[in-house]
Design a protein around this ligand. Structure first.
Ligand code: AGP
Length: 613
């Protein structure tokens, strides 16, 4: 997730851009850059100093020429191309007049790149974004003005973008467009702004407008006009913003956790973008283990901690079911001390949102010492885990600020299930048709999560009803079990109340003794195959006085007879259910914690990243 900003008609362009980039830094980045544009001149500066990039850029800009009333800026969270200055935005066309900044992924960048090179274009980076500069260059060479050049270029592009372009031969104009990646426009007398989100321009613009998917906007000092991809006029929706800066960084939410829960559809969609070639091959650009080696994998071991461990447990079911490879999942802090067996053909996958959890890093180091090949699944580009691994799969959930992990979990499940499908493709354990069907189903999950998020109010009512409860058991079977574990962890770390996750079948092997009036049992009952079994668990606990809350699919007509409260979700492929079913459990824990007055972003005793053993 990158950050973009632009301004036209400003008397302090440089300050506006640098301040805006600083405001965007909570989105995280590894490099930054700006371009200042005036008639006949495009001046560019870029740095790649990790999270110090904007500070370094500020120093470089001390030597910037003055007298520019327009410019664009970008903070980059690398997806394609290493986090080096040469790959930092803005990118220029061959003439050096056109500068673009881009947040998103151009899925068909490879074919566009090849065609542009064949037509004589010289690329200076290995990013997907640079193709946009050269496409617009060609359109301008056909005599099109900048907005039409953008429109015609985007007609050839697949993927996600919030893109902005300037051209020294059409000064005091910025043209921007949006698909999936966020983009807002701001206005003030004589000045017009654009940014990835409101905070970046909150203290400069006085009115704010949302750009929707496939809308193109042309900014000038006097204001803006917008069209759709067909070229028809569009009215931008004006946002009512009465936020202070801190609220703005939370996207209008009360806290980062609420914001990050709401970002889950985008986190899944972004993680799955550009992962499938036209011939159906599932691909991980950053995977540096070749297909032959992956094909020879005999055993998979996943190591992780906390929420990431729960995502790893889901992956076990998917890899074994689809790729028919034996999978073991271990808590990172246990793995390294149990003298683990690593044979030829063992693939170890370290799952970590931060990529800095020392337990998981030490576990993967131990595995490598014993000869295993290691894949990192990380949400942070160039994290320690990613750097040390033999290969990396990046989740693209965007920076996760709240200590309680939410969007990273669903992104990890999506990435790991995609890896399971890739292994199935390589081993021929599933037909291409079945892999395609599951890939399409995986891509439909973001909409199912969005639907579930709309039911937030009903979850809050259940939380209100259960205020005063102190003991919670979360039950699930099959992949509902890791979901139950994750739901219990959310409730524990947010409310400080006792909650445990258990496989439903374990209830009678001990926990049932704890069930009595006042205890709340939360069951995940969305998996068709295990439905009857969960119902019998619920009958057992109800008979002993427990309050029963059930996560059930919209079409489940039997659950009302046994549940005191039902959290409804859309039905989906069984192995995809954790990404949907976890949403009401996150919302439940959040609502309970808010009612208890807890600090949901900074729970007591906990840190976002545990870098000590
Ligand atoms: C989850 O809500 C917690 N913040 C914690 O369990 C976390 O998942 C764990 O510390 C692992 O962090 P990582 O994914 O960054 O490795």
């Amino acid at each position: 997730m990158c950050g973009i900003i632009g301004v036209v008609g400003s008397s302090d362009t440089l300050a506006t851009l640098l301040e805006g980039l600083t405001r965007l830094e909570y989105r995280g980045y590894d490099s930054a850059g700006i371009a200042l544009v005036r008639p006949g001149q495009t001046w560019r500066a870029r740095t790649a100093e990790g999270t110090e990039s904007v500070a370094a850029l500020r120093r470089v800009c001390e030597d910037a020429p003055s007298g520019f009333s327009s410019g664009i800026g970008h903070t980059r969270w690398a997806t394609h191309g290493a986090p080096e200055a040469v790959n930092a935005h803005p990118h220029l066309d061959c003439s050096g007049n056109i500068a673009i900044i881009h947040n998103g992924i151009i899925e068909n960048h490879r074919e566009l790149h090849e065609a542009l090179v064949a037509r004589g274009h010289l690329f200076t980076s290995v990013t997907d974004s640079e193709v946009l500069a050269h496409l617009i260059e060609e359109a301008r060479a056909r005599g099109l003005e900048l907005m039409e050049a953008m429109r015609q270029s985007l007609l050839t592009v697949r993927g996600a973008f919030a893109v902005a372009v300037m051209d020294a031969t059409e000064p005091d104009v910025i043209v921007a467009a949006r698909r999936i990646s966020p983009l807002v426009v701001g206005t003030a007398p004589g000045v017009t702004y654009l940014a990835s989100d409101v905070p970046a321009i909150l203290d400069r613009a006085t009115a704010f407008y949302a750009v929707n998917d496939d809308e193109i906007v042309r900014l000038g000092p006097e204001g803006f006009r917008a069209i759709d991809l067909e070229g028809g006029p569009v009215r931008l929706h004006q946002l009512s913003i009465d936020w202070d800066l801190e609220t703005a960084e939370k996207g209008g939410h009360d806290d980062f956790m609420s914001k990050e829960i709401s970002e889950q559809p985008h986190a899944i969609r972004a993680t799955l973008l550009d992962r499938r070639r036209r011939d159906g091959t599932i691909t991980f650009d950053e995977m540096r283990i070749d297909d032959e080696e992956l094909r020879e994998v005999k055993r998979v071991v996943l190591v992780a901690a906390g929420t990431s461990h729960h995502a790893a447990l889901v992956a076990k079911y998917a890899i074994e079911r689809w790729a028919r490879i034996s999978v073991e999942v271990d808590i990172s802090s246990e793995y390294r001390y149990r003298d683990p067996i690593v044979e030829i053909g063992t693939l170890v996958i370290g799952v970590s949102q931060s990529g800095e959890t020392i337990d998981t890093i030490q576990a993967t180091r131990e595995a490598q010492r014993r000869g295993a090949r290691v894949v990192a699944v990380s949400n942070i580009v160039d994290s320690s885990l990613a750097r040390e691994a033999d290969a990396v799969i990046y989740t693209r959930a965007g920076i996760e600020v709240s200590v309680a992990s939410t969007k990273a979990f669903v992104a990890q499940v999506a990435a790991l299930e995609l890896l399971a499908l890739r292994l199935a493709q390589l081993r021929g354990t599933m037909s291409p048709t079945d892999v395609d069907a599951l890939f399409l189903g995986l891509n439909a999950v973001s909409a199912q999560v969005a639907t579930t998020l709309e039911r937030r109010a009903s979850i809050e009512l259940i939380a209100k009803e259960l205020m005063g409860s102190h003991d919670f058991f979360f039950l699930g079977r099959h992949v509902g079990f890791p979901t139950a574990l994750e739901g219990a962890l959310k409730l524990k770390e947010l409310t400080y109340m006792h909650a445990e996750g258990y496989p439903g079948g374990e209830l009678k092997h001990g926990p049932l003794a704890l069930i009595e009036p006042g205890v709340v049992v939360v069951a995940v009952a969305t998996h068709q195959l295990m439905h009857e079994k969960i119902l019998s668990n619920l009958a057992e606990v109800k008979a002993r006085g427990a309050s029963v809350v059930v996560v059930a699919t919209d079409d489940d007509e039997t659950i009302d007879a046994v549940a005191d409260f039902v959290m409804r979700v859309p039905a989906t492929e069984p192995l995809f259910t954790p990404m949907v079913d976890i949403v009401p459990l996150q919302l439940f824990a959040y609502a309970m914690a808010r009612q208890l007055g807890r600090n949901v972003d900074r729970p007591r005793n906990l840190a976002k990243t545990v870098t000590v053993e």
